[in-house]
Design a protein around this ligand. Structure first.
Ligand SMILES: *[C@@H]1O[C@H](CO)[C@@H](O)[C@H](O)[C@H]1NC(C)=O
Ligand SMILES: *[C@@H]1O[C@H](CO)[C@@H](O)[C@H](O)[C@H]1NC(C)=O
Length: 438
């Protein structure tokens, strides 16, 4: 029953980086959202939504983008999410908006427009519906082929979001060449879904964002931010088994770029809160998994959420978040990329050659200290300044990860339970094991 987002394969990010000046939008609201797959919430109660909302709000996230498909039960969960947000009005201003998953909603006929429009209208006036410029915010995954029975995609979406008294603030993630954005005046902004990962064997850059921004004609830009990508479905199930490159502290590199270019970025959507199937969840593991237990169970990612909170503050304010205590964030794939796991018939994921065997560390220090990272024969010791630093430790043999922070003769060790690198894994699990010191 659980549905998952079929990630559109990397569209050719054809448009060469345009060296045009970026529009300064320093007056824009700088909001941060998290993509929440309602298809994975079948077992949620209103309390589960309450907990998710309080956790997200505590990290600086302003709203959930509620990714929905056409299954009728999802409407009940969307209502439950809105009820939870409303019941927390004394505690948080947290908002919600719908992100229609157009990889699964039909959208070729006029009648399909009214289905989606009714959905928007049901929540448009809710006190917890995100409003931008006084208009209800609506987003999509895909939808660039939807005509809703009209002669064009632009007219089709216009019929959905600009009729019957509705005037939504529409920010779709159309997978199209940015040079064609002028053909979609219905969009008040565009969401660059694939901007959150490097789609080849290289570090992430801001170039794809730049080509989006340069083609928006002053409309809003919504960037994606992610930390990881691994999906592992056999041809008999969802038939997708690949990684995107998360090496070199993808999460940190991405947020550093968004902070550096914050004048040109209006909104950031964290991909994702709960997409277990693609391993880029940062919320707790709960609800219903889309048959992803083999690579998700035991791989909590909420330490990333704590780290993201720092970057969100810097993105919103332009100043780094204060560091009030030493903290070590560590993540790694727990087996060599080229290890054999013959019992796992799904096979090694495509693009496995793009990733190196390493422990990725982000160290936050209140004042200078000496930090060590060790795993079996690999070890490094680094004197680090106050603030945020990155360290990389090669993983070369069966080992357990450990770290320490030493200052003034006092050493605090951190030995994360279960962070064991195995050269003989039982399965091709390329998910990240993520921890943070207390
Ligand atoms: C929300 O705020 C109310 C009023 O201040 C308080 O009584 C309640 O405990 C808070 N609830 C949560 C979940 O923090
Ligand atoms: C990615 O960036 C890091 C520095 O942050 C650099 O050391 C590394 O060589 C780069 N990797 C690739 C594949 O470009």
């Amino acid at each position: 029953m659980a549905r998952f987002v079929a990630l559109v394969l990397a569209l050719a990010q054809a448009a060469a980086a345009l060296a045009l000046p970026l529009d300064a939008r320093s007056s824009s609201p700088k909001l941060v959202f998290a993509h929440h797959i309602v298809g994975n919430t079948f077992t949620y109660t209103q309390d589960t939504w309450t907990n998710d909302i309080l956790l997200a709000a505590s990290k600086g996230i302003d709203a959930f983008a509620l990714n929905i498909g056409p299954d009728s039960w999802e409407l009940g969960q969307v209502s439950s999410a809105f009820a939870a947000a409303e019941s927390l009005s004394a505690n948080t201003t947290f908002k919600l908006f719908i992100s229609f998953d157009m990889s699964v909603f039909p959208c070729s006929q006029a009648s399909h427009a009214s289905t989606i429009q009714q959905y928007i209208q049901q929540f448009a006036g809710h006190p917890n519906q995100l409003q931008v410029s006084g208009r209800p915010f609506v987003s999509t995954f895909s939808g660039e082929s939807c005509t809703f029975g009209t002669g064009s995609v632009n007219q089709g979406w216009t019929n959905v979001v600009r009729t019957s008294g509705l005037n939504a603030y529409f920010v779709p993630s159309f997978f199209v060449d940015p040079a064609t954005f002028g053909s979609y005046p219905v969009a008040d902004g565009v969401f660059g879904w694939n901007s959150g990962w490097p789609t080849g064997n290289f570090n992430i850059t801001f170039d794809p964002d730049q080509s989006y921004i340069a083609n928006l004609g002053g409309r809003a830009y919504m960037a994606a931010a992610s930390a990881w990508f691994f999906t592992h479905y056999s041809p008999q199930t969802f038939d997708k088994n690949f990684i995107y490159r998360g090496d070199d502290w993808l999460l940190a590199q991405r947020w550093e770029a968004l902070i550096a270019h914050r004048d040109a970025v209006d909104f950031v959507e964290v991909n994702t809160w709960n997409d277990y199937g693609e391993s880029h969840y940062v919320g707790p593991i709960e609800g219903v998994q889309p048959a992803s237990q083999a690579w998700v169970d035991g791989f909590d990612h909420t330490a990333w959420l704590d780290l993201i909170a720092h970057y969100i503050t810097a993105f919103k304010t332009g100043a780094p978040a204060p560091i009030t205590r030493d903290r070590t964030f560590l993540w790694a794939r727990l087996a060599p990329a080229n290890a054999n796991a013959p019992a796992d018939t799904v096979g090694r994921p495509a693009n496995w050659q793009w990733t190196s065997d390493a422990l990725w560390a982000i160290i936050q220090l209140t004042s200078p200290a000496t930090v060590t990272l060790t795993c079996g024969p690999s070890a490094l010791t680094a004197p680090l300044p106050a603030g945020t630093s990155k360290l990389r430790l090669a993983l070369v043999a069966e080992c357990d990860v450990a770290s320490s922070v030493t200052r003034g003769g006092q050493s605090v060790a951190f030995k994360p339970e279960g962070m064991h690198f195995s050269t003989a894994p039982a399965a091709y699990n390329f998910n990240a094991f993520v921890v943070a010191s207390p």
